[in-house]
Design a protein around this ligand. Structure first.
Ligand SMILES: [Zn+2]
Length: 330
């Protein structure tokens, strides 16, 4: 089963230009896990988790005009490290080891496909021309407004077997996302690469968004407490700064650092003192016969994709407000 989560998107659908009105305090939302498609007879799908304790990730550090290869590589490495057990905070509760290695700056990243290579790639071509063919014969193409995208392959029981991260660096797009390391380049309008990649690495390990962009967009998903995933329109400022909040904007670096709920999600899925088991922590004979070789089923992401016209409407209408928010964050 392949599941593609629309990664960070541009700009919030809520709280635009009205930061005070959106609340400055409040309880953070709980974490949400990726799940397989729900069974036909009802109930929840299987939660996603890697079936191994150590996962390799290769980054392709080229393609961004405002960043050197070293800067790109460092941003990728830091984003991976945020979820790795060698982080001092994670070390107290998680066993998951993530091993980042940069490819040569001249290396060309392969397509996001089930090829047994977990990668982070910068896509400089036309973003919306990147498509893959689904089993039903339809094409699943990247959507306008996506800053980045993570595709996760799992067995039918939820065991993650591969994940690929792609960054939208399509300068020919009307959106023209420009990436930088905002520690060294604070030019207005730039998106922080480490910020976006830290979010995508959350998907990489099996986490889903903390809230849904658009009314009724949660598709019946629930958080770790069993509560329906809320609409993002109710998000407080701290909630909007959580790594797994689904949208970001130029100038945002808040998602570089895991929030307590992001951290709780990591440590819940990969708790220290346990060993990974296939099938999302459950021993199941179903995993032995599941196809992990790239067999793609009709993706739940088709339902998520239906939200995009709504979101794009927000983006088009809120351009000036997005700029205002960028300035106010600095
Ligand atoms: Zn996302």
């Amino acid at each position: 089963m392949r599941r593609r989560r629309r990664g960070l998107s541009l700009g919030p659908a809520t709280c635009v230009g009205l930061l005070l009105a959106c609340g400055l305090a409040g309880e953070a939302t709980a974490y949400v896990r990726y799940r397989t498609k729900p069974p036909a007879d009802g109930g929840l799908g299987q939660p996603y988790a890697w079936g191994v304790a150590s996962v390799d990730v290769v980054g392709y550090p080229s393609g961004l005009p405002n960043m050197t290869s070293d800067q790109i590589s460092n941003a990728m490495s830091a984003a991976v490290a945020a979820w790795d057990k060698t982080d001092s905070t994670n070390a107290t509760c998680s066993y998951l080891k993530l091993n980042f290695a940069p490819a040569a700056a001249t290396a060309i990243p392969p397509a996001a496909a089930r090829d047994h290579l977990n990668q982070i790639a910068i896509r400089t071509g036309v973003w919306t021309d990147i498509c893959s063919r689904l089993n039903d014969g339809s094409d699943d193409c990247h959507q306008p407004g996506e800053l980045a995208l993570t595709t996760v392959w799992s067995r039918s029981c939820g065991e993650i077997v591969e994940a690929d991260v792609e960054v939208n660096a399509d300068v020919a797009s009307p959106m023209q996302f420009m990436w930088a390391d905002l520690d060294v380049n604070m030019t207005s309008g730039l998106h922080d690469l480490q910020n976006a990649l830290t979010h995508e690495m959350g998907h990489f390990i099996g986490l889903d968004h903390t809230c849904a962009l658009g009314p009724g967009a949660s598709d019946g998903e629930v958080d770790d407490l069993g509560n329906p995933v809320p609409d993002c329109s109710d998000a407080t400022i701290p909630e909007m700064q959580a790594t797994m909040y689904p949208s970001s904007e130029a100038g945002d670096v808040t998602k570089r650092t895991l929030s307590p709920d992001d951290h709780a999600g990591l440590c819940s899925i990969y708790p220290l003192g346990t060993t990974p088991m296939s099938c999302g922590g459950q021993q199941s004979s179903g995993c032995a016969v599941a196809d992990a070789g790239g067999h793609e089923t009709s993706s739940p992401e088709h339902r998520h994709g239906q939200r995009w016209p709504v979101l794009l409407g927000f983006v088009a209408a809120l351009g000036s407000a997005i700029s205002l928010r960028s300035r106010r964050r600095r």
